[in-house]
Design a protein around this ligand. Structure first.
Ligand code: APR
Length: 235
């Protein structure tokens, strides 16, 4: 582990679970009582915009009640102390990585605290509800703001930057993700094919577990701080 320079870390809902944020794929197949197709697709939004806005408004409001956990804090420590290249790619739309202090971070599936205006295409920092149909601060048009979240069938953000980082990575680490959703689920294969060592930390083996050189099973809040300590000590 001592000749590592470039690290890419992929995080998913499991890293925020110990903070009290619900993961996506519960045992009942529902996401907080809703079918994913109803609340996380452009078609679901077209069918029932009020339901979808309410759903994300509730999630955005809930961010004030949750705090980063030990796993977010450990990655923020790695970010500040790691001299080589590092990119944390999160699938999460919460803001717990940045609140813990991570800087080299990218939200590939968008952010709860961002709104996207379908009239003028602006993306704006957003704290409040969208369900009331507020006017876009940029163009002034009412009722055209939607959550700036990448839904199924939409293109994740910053794909080229992620691909470049994966191709240059010496170490790829996946934390708290089921490996059920592409393109993120395929990052382990890209990184490994291009020469990276690959490590997964998750509560249970992910769907792509066989592609990793090493799997550590357990809670992110325990595994990630230990791993960060290990990596900083060895390098
Ligand atoms: N520590 C580590 N892993 C955990 C913990 C924990 N405390 N709690 C749960 N997990 C694991 C679960 O075992 C599961 O494998 O985290 C994973 C979460 O998987 P998902 O709920 O499928 O979340 P994620 O992989 O982030 O989903 C990917 O799907 O719905 C879309 O866009 C949405 O970004 C999301 C994407």
């Amino acid at each position: 582990m001592s000749d590592i320079r470039n690290i890419v870390i992929l995080t998913g809902a499991g890293i925020s679970a110990e903070s009290g944020v619900a993961t996506f794929r519960g045992p009942d197949g529902l996401w907080e009582g809703h079918r994913v197709e109803d609340v996380a697709t452009p078609e679901g939004f077209a069918r029932d915009p009020a339901l979808v806005q309410r759903f994300y408004d509730a999630r955005r409001a809930r961010l004030h009640e949750v705090q980063p956990n030990a796993a977010h804090a450990a990655l923020a420590r790695l970010d500040s102390e790691w001299k080589g290249d590092l990119l944390i790619v999160t699938q999460n739309v919460d803001d717990l990585h940045e609140r813990a202090g991570a800087k080299r971070l990218l939200h590939m599936h968008g952010e709860l605290k961002s709104a996207w205006c379908r009239a003028c295409d602006a993306r704006l920092p957003w704290e409040d509800d969208l369900g009331s149909g507020p006017a876009c601060p940029d163009c002034g048009v009412d009722g055209k703001l939607r959550p700036d979240i990448v839904w199924f069938g939409e293109m994740p953000y910053e794909m080229e930057r992620i691909d470049r980082a994966l191709m240059e990575a010496d170490l790829f680490v996946s934390i708290g993700t089921s490996g059920a959703v592409y393109p993120a689920a395929g990052y382990v294969q890209t990184a490994r094919y291009c020469g990276a060592r690959t490590l997964e930390m998750n509560l249970e083996p992910s769907q792509g577990s066989i592609f990793f050189h090493e799997t550590r099973l357990g809670r992110a809040g325990e595994l990630v701080p230990d791993w960060v300590e290990e990596v900083l000590e060895a390098n």
